[in-house]
Design a protein around this ligand. Structure first.
Ligand code: NAG
Ligand code: NAG
Ligand code: NAG
Ligand code: NAG
Ligand code: NAG
Ligand code: NAG
Ligand code: NAG
Ligand code: NAG
Ligand code: CU
Length: 232
């Protein structure tokens, strides 16, 4: 029994070993090279400059993100660090992290930058995407960007499509303890128009610290999930 449970977990681990960043272009295909592993913090063991500069221009006001995900569901965190060779991903673009459902492309037309992050034109930075599975296994990928004040349009319209059956909810963290928990009462609304939710957030999990399942679990215990319908 234990043995079969363990092998199930091992298989789930293998199946879990992949997601990709479609936009902005990732630092490298972290599945292609045997030296790379998405299990490795912070950037799947893909060194800075592994490939000749694959930086994508990205608006200083925030921009688009497209991911290819392959799990029934996963938590998603998006962080940014400034510099040429980033080790400190200390800005979170998902202070309320996501609970993504479905296999396929998830495209976000516009991600806002957090208050306090006002990059200069030409500032180099790296976007780090962390997914966290049910078992607590974290996977990492990075995309190098150059912030641009003008001349970059969002990766929008027909280029930013989300697969049918892929959606995400925003998990609202309220570390203050004043928000009541509503557990798993949400339902997936696939294909409906997006609604906007204002969420008060406490501290951001997943940013720069790596992800600690103990912390996440306690966050989840306080979580209120708001459903976003992503139209395909
Ligand atoms: C780097 O960017 C070029 C041009 O967009 C692309 O052809 C190449 O596949 C990219 N490299 C990786 C590792 O994604
Ligand atoms: C992995 O890294 C080693 C040492 O840097 C290098 O010799 C080898 O060619 C790399 N393997 C691949 C597939 O790039
Ligand atoms: C980036 O930083 C890492 C860790 O400090 C270091 O090992 C690596 O050599 C640096 N790479 C470049 C291209 O500067
Ligand atoms: C984030 O880190 C960068 C350099 O690593 C630093 O300059 C900046 O002040 C930090 N910002 C915050 C909000 O911690
Ligand atoms: C995330 O979604 C999965 C699948 O729908 C669900 O089992 C899990 O409880 C959700 N987590 C949170 C914090 O809502
Ligand atoms: C998709 O991207 C291409 C190249 O960046 C651009 O020329 C085209 O207008 C975009 N299409 C839409 C519908 O946004
Ligand atoms: C908790 O939230 C309430 C209402 O938003 C606020 O008045 C209070 O200052 C917060 N307490 C802490 C410790 O953040
Ligand atoms: C996770 O965080 C908790 C509470 O802050 C701490 O006690 C625990 O040691 C951490 N675990 C890991 C693996 O960092
Ligand atoms: Cu996977």
């Amino acid at each position: 029994m234990l043995r079969s449970l363990l092998s199930l977990v091992a298989m789930a681990g293998l199946a879990a070993a992949h997601f990709s960043i479609e936009y902005p272009t990732w630092r490298a295909d972290s599945l292609e090279n045997s030296n790379y592993s998405q299990y490795v913090f912070p950037c799947a063991n893909v060194p800075q400059g592994a490939w000749s500069d694959n930086r994508t221009d990205w608006p200083t006001t925030g921009g688009s993100l497209s991911l290819d995900l392959h799990h029934p569901w996963t938590y998603v965190f998006v962080n940014v660090g400034l510099g040429e060779n980033v080790t400190n991903f200390n800005y979170s673009l998902t202070p309320s992290f996501w609970n993504e459902t479905g296999s396929g492309t998830l495209c976000i037309p516009h991600l806002d930058l957090p208050a306090g992050l006002e990059p200069a034109d030409g500032q180099h930075a790296t976007i780090q995407v962390v997914t966290l599975g049910e078992s607590g296994t974290a996977l990492y990928n990075c995309a190098d960007i150059t912030f641009r004040k003008s001349g970059v349009s969002n990766f929008g319209g027909g280029n930013c499509t989300t697969s049918a059956g892929v959606s995400y909810s925003v998990v609202n963290q309220e570390t203050n303890g004043t928000t009541t928990s509503s557990g798993g009462g949400s339902s997936t609304t696939s294909g409906s128009a997006s609604t906007t939710t204002t969420a008060t957030t406490g501290t951001s999990a997943g940013a720069s610290k790596g992800v600690n399942m103990t912390v996440l679990t306690s966050v989840v215990a306080l979580a209120v999930a708001f459903m976003y319908g992503m139209s395909a």
